[in-house]
Write a new protein. Sequence first.
Lengths: 350, 788
Amino acid sequence: MQGGSSGIGYGLKYQARCISDVKADKDHTSFLTGTLSLKEENEVHLLRLSSGGSELLCEGLFSHPNEIWDLASCPFDQRIFSTVFSTGDSFGAAVWQIPEPYGQSNSSTLECVASLDAHVGKINCVLWCPSGKSDKLISMDEQNLVLWSLDSSKQSAEVLYKESAGMRHSLSGGAWNPHDLNSVAATSESSIQFWDLRTMKKVNSIERAHVRNVNYNLKREHILVSADDESGIHIWDLRKAKVPVQELPGHTHWTWAVRCNPEYEELILSVGTDSAVNLWFASASSEKKTSESLVEASRLRVNPLLNSYTDYEDSVYGLAWSSREPWIFASLSYDGRVVIESVKPFLPRR
Amino acid sequence: MATEAAPMDEKAKRMRDLLSSFYAPDPSISTSGSSISASFDNINSTSFDADQYMDLMIKKSNLEVLLQRHVQMAAEIKNLDTDLQMLVYENYNKFISATDTIKRMKSNIFGMEGNMDQLLHKIMSVQSRSDGVNTSLFEKREHIEKLHRTRNLLRKVQFIYDLPARLQKCIKSETYGDAVRFYIGAMPILKVYGDTSFQDCRRASEEAIEIIIKNLQTKLFSDSESIQARAEAAVLLKQLDVPVDSLKDKLLEKLEQSLDGLQIKPEEASLLAEHNDSSNDAESNEQLPAKIHEDAVRGFSEAMRAYREIFPDSEERLFKLAKALTAMHFENLELYIRKRVSAADFLRIFRIIWEDVILMDEVLPEAELSDLSAEAAQVTVKKFVARTFSHLQQDISDTILKFDINQKEAVEEEVLKVVLEASKKAGIQGTTDIFQDFRQLLDENIGIFVKMKDLIIGWIQNGFQDFFRSLEAQFLALSGKTSSSKDIEGGLVEGKSSDKIHAGLILVLAQLSVFVEQKVIPRVSEEIAASFSGGNSQAFENGPAFIPGELCRVFHAASEKLLQHYIDTRTQKISVLLRKRFKTPNWVKHKEPREVHMYVDMFLHELEEVGKEVKQVLPQGTFRKHKRTDSNGSNTTTSSRSNTLHNDKMTRSNSQRARSQLFETHLAKLFKQKVEIFTKVEFTQESVVTTTVKLCLKSLQEYVRLQTFNRSGFQQIQLDIQFLKAPLKETVEDEAAIDFLLDEVIVAASERCLDVIPLEPPILDKLIQAKLAKSKEHNNNNNNTVSS
């Protein structure tokens, strides 16, 4: 730890892109992160914040066969998580289980629960059903959307549906709507698409080019936040999807990812390739806000940027709120540094 | 001396007391006055007891004192004696002189009674004589009076006999006024004796009067007669007891109709204004519309005056008419200023209207026309001010959009520069004109303007505030920075789809904002301070007036936003280019690099375009030369460092390489001071270009990081970047940062490469030289085609 940052740091051995909150761990604030190294032995780290909140401890260190491009923790079992990995010329996705008893660093091999091997192209992400109980999974490659049913006892995953989005739309990522479990948002080159999982059809879309990341507001239905390469962050009301409800300037370079706080609906975090994490206060996520008052707000020149954490050496790609302590978030920069920060000073007064 | 003065005083006091007691009618009062100092040993008090005093004296004093006292007392007694003697003598004298006077009076009165009797007798005789004269003249006087009365009667009779003839004469000479006067004079007699002795006369004169009435009525209704004459006729008719109500109605209707003629129609208004202009040198020309109008209004007001006198009960209706005329005037004025009108023209028309109003106000002061028109005038002037501002805004946006048609050539020919200069000029000229106009408004000394001065100043200040605010909003809307939400509600950009605006124009807008902030607003605030201050008190009621500080902030923010937006749109374009480049090929199965890839050309071309646009619009950075040499010095060190890094990399064995390489880059980063990539953009050519290049290189790095390369793929990247190095450095201010970023791209590619073996420098050189030669040839060809 150098510099004046208040955060708690932890260094991975290699470069890394993804970090995930372990939502199922009710007793601790923990995060899972995986490294991205083309030539070395990749690792998955299970990190836990000490009870005092002053230290970040490595609870488990597991080797992973390939470089990890995406990682998501299972919402109902803290030992299970999914990864998307690359061998260099091909991609794969799998669900893993941390061996029992975890926490002792000697048991370092992961058990593969299921391999999600219905893809051919570049796999983007694996999404867990946000209900917290359902064993449904979605994996996405550039052309296809696959819905899986996971049976962890039988150590297998079944393809329920597989639907092609078409050659023209190369999908790049997505988010599962926490308010409507039949709806999934997927980002493609030219738009944000909304899929209905019952029919596996595209039902709606927002025309917006180069959206890199989307995230649903967990507290407010119909509110979706998107991050673009160039034009920052947009907040959408899905019922009036023509025009964004609010725009935030985003980052100096690309805005890589956005995350809405699971508890405080106005707080939004974003990370960008300008080596910064920005904390935003988006009061306009309330539906009452009309475009006029938006204009009015811009007149008043209220700065929605609450804070910018800039103590990073490289682009920041990984970002996760803790669902257990919603004022804590973890960020991961490309050089493999995990930083845990608390936004307590910026929490809105209730 | 003092000891002497005291007894002297005492003595005088005692004298006064004594005298006053002597003259006082009641001794008790005088004693009460002096009793404060009185004791039993006071010789002046009434309760003075000589024996007791004597006893006290003898007891208290020795012989010497007693002797002294004796001498003193004897002297005092002597003094008192003489005083008393004097008093008695004086009083006696006065008594004697009084007696003398009385004696003289008695002798004077004697003999006066006889004179009085004589006087009475004489007055009596005067009275009797005057009575005699009076009685002797009485008869004659009576006779004279009788004769005089008869004569008067005869004259009257004569007048009545002559009446018909006289009336006829009047008809002939059309002096109806006299005729009516005669007739009315004769009326009482005709009424009494008309049935008997003057029957013929009466009939004849009535006939004449009939004719007169008829004539008068025709006169009243004939349009050829002057309004004044007609009004006179109406007065006469009224005197003749002819029922006039129906006449009145008809007349008023006519007056109403004549209102139309008095309108200043918007089409004519300009004519009116123009002609008014030239009226100075052609005074005699009767056809001038302004003059005609003035005469018409004058006639109208005269008629109103006459009608008012004739028909006192018709005031209401006249009020209505006058108000209608005023309202109409102002409505027309409003219509008129809907088009572009200079303040001079506006004022000219306004002056005409105001004169009309004053004319009518003189005639009908009760109609409160001035109040009505003051209100209307306020509204109109306010609208005029608002309209002037909107015209200015329209002007500026027109100049900006005028050149928008030929977008492609914008880069080649210096269209952007032209646009910028034109809109700058429009801004400055526009504000100057506006000030001139407003100064005219303020200088105008029509009463109403003097009254409204404060209000007008308030409006102007508010107007400027609103103007700049909406100008800023329009700039942002024009640039398409504010997303479609604003376009839907705003409609500011008429018909132009704002999102298709040329990127260069955004730059122009940015620079224009700076210009507004630095030049126009200070100028305006100066002007306001110079000639439009003082209206504050009024303006504060409805929000703040002109606040240059706030506006400067607004425009500063806008300029930065617009500049950022320009860079964004530019980098977005390049980003699309890069995205395509990295998404399409399969980098893992890349073939050996044969030449520098196409996209580098396109990238450089885009940068060139940016450079050209920027050169047209933005000023050059002042420290360019200085910085350049500076960074040149540092440049060599950084590049040498990165070179050694590369050399090291190459010599390492494959297995060890990646790990150590990562370690090394980290180490290098630790020791290299962190290069600030994302610095604040400044309004200079170099800063904008540099920022664009930086952002693009960063994008390039990010795209590279998302791919996995084989050896050839890495070599291709290496080649491209190596080629980029030279031209980028030429265009860019901050060479260290560019070097850093280019190195970063190569590092990123090597990290994402399965098998890192860089190209040998000679091969690299050769390929680059080939590319350079090719592009030179291409350029030559291009030039040839252009020249031929």
